[in-house]
Design a protein around this ligand. Structure first.
Ligand SMILES: Cc1cc2nc3c(=O)[nH]c(=O)nc-3n(C[C@H](O)[C@H](O)[C@H](O)COP(=O)(O)OP(=O)(O)OC[C@H]3O[C@@H](n4cnc5c(N)ncnc54)[C@H](O)[C@@H]3O)c2cc1C
Length: 252
């Protein structure tokens, strides 16, 4: 166990930055300029984040490079209006060196937990290797990709239900909305086709519910049918949520 920073009560504070992508590096440079101590914890073996990980042919930014670079570090060397990935990665490495960030970066430190210690008034950051570090302020620069949101939630101690409610569901909401609308339309179509082809003699769950409710006037049986339909719908929904989840260890 190692404790990188031991702030003296209220007199000094340090910042723990999670992630050495463009966001984490920009935060570090600002803190450097302000004279505030900081440490970056990065799970990979080098800096660059998105621009380290994405190397597919043609990978480039889609905002003009003079805008997609730090305002305090303009780069006259961009070779294209939309610079390719190797150039952006090299630019971030250059910034890391120029602003002397390397001594403050801990590479290969996969942060798995960040917990606020109320008594010490410190964030306790725990890595996969079991090391713990402390910082008065915690800044998450872990990226904006859904998978990273999920990891960030896990790191900040959100339980399974909180991660589902606060991360998975909002991300899935647009897809769920479209899927539910399409599913409803399809159900009506299927029901109409089945009724048209089979008349009223072919038992269909929806048709039986309708039948018991209105023709037979037996609400109990109709409710039982409705509950079966609800159960099937929930089972199907859970199945799709599980199938569509972001797999653990997935890469971009
Ligand atoms: C092909 C492509 C083109 C893009 N073009 C543009 C563009 O033109 N304009 C634009 O605004 N954006 C663009 N983006 C979005 C781009 O991701 C962001 O602009 C920016 O690079 C994100 O930086 P970041 O520091 O927030 O996150 P990232 O670059 O994702 O960095 C996050 C860092 O956190 C680290 N990390 C994650 N989890 C942990 C953990 N548990 N412990 C320790 N470290 C961790 C990661 O290893 C990574 O190094 C593009 C993205 C791609 C993929």
């Amino acid at each position: 166990m190692s404790e990188s920073v031991k702030p003296q009560s209220g007199k000094a504070f340090s910042v723990a930055i999670l992630g050495a992508g463009a966001g984490g590096l920009a935060m570090a440079i600002s803190l450097q300029k302000a004279g505030i101590p900081f440490t970056i914890y990065e799970k990979a073996a080098s800096v660059g984040g998105t621009w380290r990980d994405n190397r597919y042919p043609g990978c480039a930014c889609d905002v003009q490079s003079h805008l997609y670079s730090f305002s305090f570090e303009p780069n006259p060397e961009w070779t294209r209006m939309f610079a390719p990935q190797p150039e952006i990665r090299a630019y971030l490495e250059h910034c890391t060196d120029k602003y002397a960030l390397r001594p403050h970066i801990r590479l290969n430190q996969n942060v798995t937990q960040a917990r606020w210690d109320e008594d010490a008034r410190l964030w306790r950051v725990r890595t996969e290797a079991g090391d713990t570090y402390a910082g008065r302020i915690l800044v998450s620069g872990m990226g904006l990709i859904p998978k990273e949101y999920y990891e960030a939630g896990e790191g900040f101690g959100a339980n399974g239900w909180q991660r589902f409610w606060r991360i998975t569901l909002p991300l899935l909401r647009p897809s769920l909305q479209s899927a539910l609308i399409l599913r409803t339309l399809a159900a009506f179509e299927v029901f109409a086709v089945v009724t048209a082809l089979g008349g009223t003699t072919l038992p269909v769950l929806m048709g039986e519910t309708f039948n018991w409710q209105f023709a037979m006037q037996d609400r109990n049986v109709a409710s039982a049918y409705a509950l079966v339909i609800l159960g099937i719908s929930i089972a199907a929904t859970l199945f799709f949520l599980r199938v569509l989840r972001v797999p653990k260890g997935a890469t971009i």
